[in-house]
Design a protein around this ligand. Structure first.
Ligand code: MG
Length: 241
């Protein structure tokens, strides 16, 4: 990465600048403030724009949500996020998805679950929650903290949902996203729309290993700064200051 050329800093949120599903802490907010003085900032996230914007306490930056299916631009005059694009893709009937999930559960020996077996989102994204949609948060967090239970299942889910991109998501689920949406595709489109060349962009992310939702960006030719603990973000950001 040639620091002199950088104009855009793209960031994952959960695990990179915040603890998962947790508000932005003061040290990391200060690091974002320092970056914002020199660069344009954009979040490239897996969740919906409104959730990301809320979790960051309304921090003034653009947000790409749902792996690029949704885009929000920060309005400096009104002081809020305006959704400028919201996509919805239907790949197949829900029944076909349910059948495949049922077959996978049988294969994995995970036929007991709380609530529903699968969650369909308005965007066309699908969540396959191994413990079910209504599982207790404590059970979810305890299920697979190091991903050792989902990693061996990942190739099987990926194969079963080959019309989608599959991610190891959240604490105990798989995120199943219609192609071509992923963070790399999202970032490329944002750059094209706003006139940034590849060499002018750097991405910060924590989930760059196999099945992680930053993996496609990590394996691309965008400059990538790895953040293995969100508390290290100020130190990692300092390379640009
Ligand atoms: Mg992350």
């Amino acid at each position: 990465m040639n620091r002199e050329n950088i104009r855009l800093v793209a960031l994952d949120m959960d695990g990179t600048i915040t603890q998962h599903r947790t508000a932005l802490e003061p040290q990391n907010r200060a690091a974002l403030d320092a970056l914002a003085e020199k660069y344009r900032l954009v979040i490239v996230g897996a969740g919906a724009c409104a959730r990301i914007h809320g979790q960051l306490g309304g921090y003034p930056l653009d947000v790409i949500g749902n792996y690029g299916m949704e885009t929000g631009e920060y309005d400096r005059e009104k002081g809020g996020l305006t959704i400028v694009e919201s996509r919805s893709v239907t790949v197949e009937p829900q029944e076909a998805v349910r059948e495949r999930v049922t077959r996978l559960r049988r294969q994995f020996g995970m036929e007991t679950f709380a609530g529903d077996t699968v969650e369909f989102h308005a965007s066309g994204m699908i969540t396959f929650p191994l413990l079910g949609t209504k599982a207790d948060i404590r059970d979810k967090l305890a299920f697979d903290p190091d991903r050792s239970r989902r990693r061996p299942l990942y190739p099987v889910v990926k194969e079963a949902f080959s019309q989608y991109t599959v991610f190891i998501g959240g604490s105990s689920s798989f995120d199943i996203v219609p192609k071509p949406f992923n963070k790399l595709y999202a970032l490329e489109r944002y750059c094209a729309r706003h006139g940034f060349a590849r060499g002018e962009v750097v991405f910060f992310g924590d989930d760059y290993r196999e099945g992680g939702n930053d993996e496609q960006v990590y394996h691309s030719d965008f400059a990538f700064v790895t953040v293995d603990d969100y508390r290290d973000f100020p130190e990692r950001a300092a390379v640009l200051l």
